[in-house]
Design a protein around this ligand. Structure first.
Ligand code: PMP
Length: 387
């Protein structure tokens, strides 16, 4: 999700002509409205009531390094990682943030040194998440500086590498690209959940970021969390959040706790309150969508998709397919600007150039509503047939 183009999201015309042939569909952002039906079915199990006298204090738990972390939220984070098996939480400090976006900035601040002679380089392997360059450089910090594609990075000395796995935009599993001893790593695991990729083992890194935005689809709640090994780093991240927002909304943390609890409850088989687990539901929708998409793309030779191999998923106890939250679509042949081609057919996508890649590629969200997704499939099919 890019901060700069929210207005185009608001101005999307789909509300005016739902389902209309002429409607522009905006799939530039990864706005995760896909799981709405699940949450409607859950009904009041995730409703919370916050009386007026609650959440008056800035403080949540004065004894915790992250003093604005709500205990209930922290408990549900630990429980969910245990249920899913996607992250080690033992020996980690939890730092909550206003989305993982705030935590990326907090981590850059915490990993850089105020005494360094020059800003520390921030790199990520292309194609990288399009917000990283602006996050690093927007405020022209003297502490850190965007240094581009990790693959071409050859500067001596310390650096910060953002490792996104599975990756936004292309969905591939990733490990650190620059393998040097002075590297400080931020693992952005926003998509390391069973509906998007096989869970192979619990992640076990120094600094790992997660978010409700892509896991449960509650992007509007603005809640993310970091699992941090080093106490000093956790303290500095907490300080950053104190300086920028004096903590993170308690109302949102309480709501997030309730939503994460529902996800964990739905996964525990003995819990009959849920017809199916959230991840079974979300895996199945993603699976249907990817099947439809592959069928359309493979029917012609204009477009290609990345290839993925299935792998064993410890959560589902069987082999599963990667089914990313984004389509990383390539225009084949002599089409140089895939974004323009799609725009002519009323599909707004994000050009590969924003991800440090060629404009022959575009990124398209797979997490929109059913209605928009069906329109996308129809239009891609029409383009293939030369309509
Ligand atoms: N990291 C990655 C890789 C993302 O794709 C996103 C959302 N597009 C974020 C971080 C930020 O998410 P949020 O601030 O909503 O948690």
């Amino acid at each position: 999700l890019a901060m700069s183009s929210t207005s185009s999201l608001v101005n999307s015309t789909r509300a005016d002509h739902p389902g209309g042939r002429e409607t522009v569909i905006n799939l530039d952002h990864g706005d995760p409205t896909i799981y709405e039906r699940f949450w409607r079915q859950v009904g009041d199990k995730t409703t919370i009531i916050i009386p007026g006298w609650q959440s008056l204090s800035y403080f949540s738990d004065g004894s915790n390094i992250c003093w604005f972390l709500e205990t209930e939220f922290a408990r549900e984070v630990v429980r969910l990682h245990k249920v899913v098996g996607n992250a080690v939480t033992e020996g980690r400090h939890i730092v909550v943030g206003t989305g993982s976006s705030q935590l990326i900035l907090a981590a850059l601040y915490a990993l850089s040194s105020p005494d360094a002679a020059e800003p520390i380089s921030v790199v990520s392997a292309a194609p990288y998440y399009s917000s990283y360059p602006s996050m690093a450089d927007y405020q022209k910090s003297g502490l850190y500086k965007w240094a581009g594609d990790a693959e071409n990075f050859d500067k001596e000395g310390p650096y910060i590498e953002l490792v996104t796995s599975p990756n936004n935009p292309d969905g591939h599993r990733r490990e650190a690209m620059v393998n040097r001893s002075q590297g400080l790593l931020i693992h952005d695991l926003a998509y390391y959940w069973p509906q998007y990729t096989p869970i192979s083992s619990p992640s076990d890194h120094d600094l790992t970021l997660f978010t409700v935005s892509k896991s449960t689809g509650h992007a509007g709640m603005r809640i993310g969390w970091a699992l941090v090994k080093d106490k000093g780093v956790a303290k500095k991240m907490t300080k950053f959040i104190e300086i920028s927002t004096i903590g993170v909304s308690k109302d949102s943390q309480l709501r997030a706790a309730k939503v994460l609890k529902a996800v964990s409850d739905s996964c525990e088989h003995e819990n009959s309150q849920y017809e199916e687990s959230f991840f079974m539901y979300s895996y199945n929708i993603m699976s249907q969508r990817w099947k439809q998409l592959r069928a359309v793309v493979e029917a012609g030779d204009l477009f290609t998709l990345p290839q993925f191999s299935p792998a064993f998923c410890t959560f589902f106890g069987q082999e599963t397919e990667p089914q990313p939250a984004f389509i990383w679509l390539k225009c084949e042949g002599d089409i140089e600007d895939c974004e323009s081609l799609l725009r002519e057919h009323k599909i707004i996508s994000r050009s590969g150039k924003h991800f440090g890649a060629s404009p022959k590629y575009v990124r398209i969200s797979m997490l929109d509503t059913d209605e928009t997704f069906i329109q996308l499939i129809d239009r891609l099919s029409a383009i293939q047939q030369g309509e």
